[in-house]
Design a protein around this ligand. Structure first.
Ligand code: ADP
Ligand code: ZN
Length: 207
């Protein structure tokens, strides 16, 4: 069982691809974005601390995210990390408790991610993800799975998307070179439909 990191800008499709790949390859899917949004939704101490940070499109402090991941991944095999690490400090922290077998970089340009995030909608009850352009719900504004209301994530508002992209360029882009130097990086063209991208990720992972 491999330990794998999915890297890429916001809107690269990390969540969608990770869910598919994890299911097919039998890996544990850990999304720090989902874990943090769950803390916010449940109104925990951590959730209260990070809510404003996330709404502004800034990064949650490294030690908080590291603790969240460590709790679930320490010493395990077969983990697929989505949205983590996002800084060099997080990568160094991760290396202390989880050996990596591969880092898959989902490459996609800025114009495409801005377009995708602007048209993303999520179900307010079950969390299912839609895209008004490419994966619209059957009935406008309603979740196909549970009938819940579809909403825009607060951090998908246009001003916040621009900020998230800047933060990605500044803090997370350096990870691409970091993992390339370690010989772990595999690049996949993510400007295609999710099935094609997921198939390529599975191919580069050899599963
Ligand atoms: P995206 O990759 O589309 O930006 P995520 O769901 O991965 O969306 O993350 C949403 C937000 O959660 C981020 O903008 C950030 O505030 C917070 N977050 C998620 N993962 C991390 C992380 N590894 N380090 C710091 N903050 C994080
Ligand atoms: Zn739903």
């Amino acid at each position: 069982m491999k330990n794998v990191v999915l890297l890429g800008p916001p809107g690269a499709g990390k969540g969608t691809i990770a869910a598919r790949v994890a299911q097919k390859a039998g890996l544990l899917h850990l999304s720090t974005g989902d874990l943090l949004r769950d803390e916010v939704a449940r109104g925990t101490e951590l959730g209260k601390r990070v809510q404003g940070i996330m709404a502004r499109g800034e990064l949650v402090p490294d030690e908080l995210v590291l603790a969240l991941v460590r709790e679930r991944a320490d010493g395990r095999r077969g983990v697929l990390l989505d949205g983590f690490p996002r800084t060099l400090a997080q990568a160094e922290g991760l290396a202390q408790f989880l050996p990596l077998d591969a880092v898959v970089y989902l490459a996609v340009g800025k114009d495409e991610v801005v377009r995708r995030l602007g048209s993303r909608r999520v179900c307010s009850s079950c969390g299912a993800v839609y895209n008004l352009l490419t994966q619209p719900p059957k009935e406008s504004g309603r979740c196909d799975r549970c009938g819940g209301a579809l909403v825009q994530r607060p951090d998908d508002a246009p001003e916040v998307v621009a900020r998230r992209y800047e933060v990605y360029e500044r803090d997370s882009r350096p990870l691409v070179d970091h993992y390339r130097r370690l010989g772990l990086l595999r690049t996949v063209d993510a400007a295609r439909d999710p099935e094609a991208v997921a198939a390529d990720v599975l191919k580069v992972l050899g599963s």
